[in-house]
Write a protein that binds this ligand. Structure first.
Ligand code: UDX
Length: 439
């Protein structure tokens, strides 16, 4: 068992998606020998060749820095990681098709493959976001082996993944016994030494911290979007309302931006999985408010379509609409549950001619939404448009010159789905500017 006084442990990282690839690269950068495992051979080839198979600022450079040291290697074979001292489980837990619950089959498969190879004492660290109770089930699968199971949820945000891995707000170690905590303190020593707070809990609490954090963030966003719904009726300004609220330190301004709402691979599926688990546990009433959080979030998308239709004399068929943004948020190429593409599809289904542009997510959008049209720039997307919809707040859209865009459109209608454009600037350039929750 590796402890604070032992030589540096060898780490294995199982599952090289967002979380795992970032974790493996960062731990190698901290000086550890790391073996990254994924069942997807193409992903392994890309990483071993120095290419990160998704968009994350700075991660390609960090991979390029650590690969020549020889500390970071990749494999598709569990045999190659059998000798590691610490195994991090970083596989995905997507939403089950047609259900709210999380699909934990990748966790189960990884644990079974690992358990069949383990021949020496080791630590297994669960990082995947799982329904509470999964860790206890995983522990049973290692019964009879000298495995110390720990749960260590991650809170990394896409676009800030390196920062959130190396300088997290906190580290949470869910442990069954003191030696689990000792092992974690040793592995994370370079990060803990920088002053990062450590919270040691039992396994159940550690699993809950992650979903509770995401439920809180989703609730905060839906709260301000609910206020936006009210603002729309009384002609109040939700952006000013949010600013006024933000000066109360108990409330704070972060995650209080009203707009098209949340998407991505985490918030939507995590609140749904949390509700599904609560129902299994008989405490569904405690989380019934999350049904409304989800509903408010979905209503923003419908409202965006209605607002656009209203701008276009209640007719969508045949109208040309430019959509600025496809990623679920800026600085990402991730289109999972993207509000922007959901709105684009709804408008397309209603008969509009929709052209999408995004600085990073075009390839992914083209693959998953082949029926939509695409452009290589904002201006190209806006040619002859009857309305321009700003749905992902990339800096290049926020900086855009309203006059230049005005030259190519058919009608100067802009709908700011993210409340991020300077309304006065657009109106000064003769645009009809509309936003969610604002007069
Ligand atoms: C989130 C959590 O922040 C992170 O801690 C967790 O580990 C994974 O899930 P991420 O999915 O990268 O991270 O996105 P995040 O930055 O949280 O944004 C989520 C969504 O909320 C985006 O679609 C964003 O546009 C939206 N959002 C965010 C708002 O609509 N308003 C806000 O004020 C903030």
């Amino acid at each position: 068992m590796p402890g604070p006084t032992d030589a540096r442990p060898t780490l294995a990282v199982i599952g090289l998606g967002y979380l795992g690839a970032t974790h493996a690269i960062c731990m190698a950068d901290l000086g550890y020998d790391v073996i990254g495992l994924d069942v997807d051979a193409a992903r392994i080839d890309a990483l071993a060749g120095g290419t990160v198979p998704f968009f994350e600022p700075g991660l390609d450079e960090l991979l390029g820095k650590v690969l020549p040291t020889g500390r970071l290697t990749f494999t598709t074979s569990y045999d190659d990681i059998a000798a590691a001292d610490v195994h991090f489980l970083c596989v995905g837990t997507p939403q089950r098709k047609g259900e709210n619950a999380a699909d934990t089959s990748y966790v189960d498969a990884a644990v079974d493959s690992l358990a069949a190879r383990i021949t020496k004492p080791c630590v297994v660290v669960g990082k995947s976001t799982v329904p509470v109770g999964t860790a206890e089930r995983v522990a049973e699968r290692f019964a009879g082996l000298d495995v110390e199971l720990v749960w260590n949820p991650e809170f990394l945000r896409e676009g800030l993944a390196i920062e959130d891995t190396l300088h997290p707000d906190r580290l949470v170690f869910g442990v069954k016994a003191p030696r689990g905590e000792q092992a974690m303190r040793a592995v994370f020593a370079p990060i803990i030494e920088t002053g990062v707070p450590v919270v040691v809990t039992d396994l159940a609490t550690a699993q809950l911290v992650k979903v509770a954090a995401n439920a809180f963030l989703a609730t905060k966003i839906s709260f301000i979007n609910a206020m936006a719904e009210v603002c729309e009726v009384v002609h109040a300004d939700v952006k000013k309302l949010s600013e006024a609220l933000s000066y109360d330190e108990r409330i704070g301004g972060r995650f209080l931006h009203a707009g098209l709402g949340f998407g991505g691979g985490c918030l939507p599926k995590d609140i749904r999985a949390f509700m599904a688990r609560a129902e299994e546990l008989g405490v569904d009433q405690a989380l019934s408010f999350l049904t409304e959080v989800d509903a408010i979030n979905q209503r923003r998308r419908a409202r965006m379509v209605d607002l656009t239709r209203g701008l276009l004399d209640d007719t969508l068929p045949g109208r040309r609409i430019a959509i600025l943004g496809a990623a679920f948020k800026p600085h990402s190429d991730d289109i999972r549950d993207s509000p922007a593409l959901d709105v684009a599809s709804r408008l397309h289904d209603a008969g509009a001619h929709v052209t999408v542009y995004d600085p990073a997510a075009l390839a992914n959008a083209r693959r998953d939404y082949p029926a939509l049209a695409y452009a290589e720039s904002a201006v190209e997307a806006a040619v002859d448009a009857d309305a321009v919809l700003h749905l992902t707040e990339w800096p290049e859209f926020v900086r855009m010159d309203p006059a230049a865009l005005g030259d190519v459109v058919r009608q100067r209608n802009i709908v700011d789905g993210r409340n991020a454009l300077d309304a006065a600037r657009w109106r000064a350039a003769d645009w009809h500017y509309r936003a969610l929750g604002r007069p």
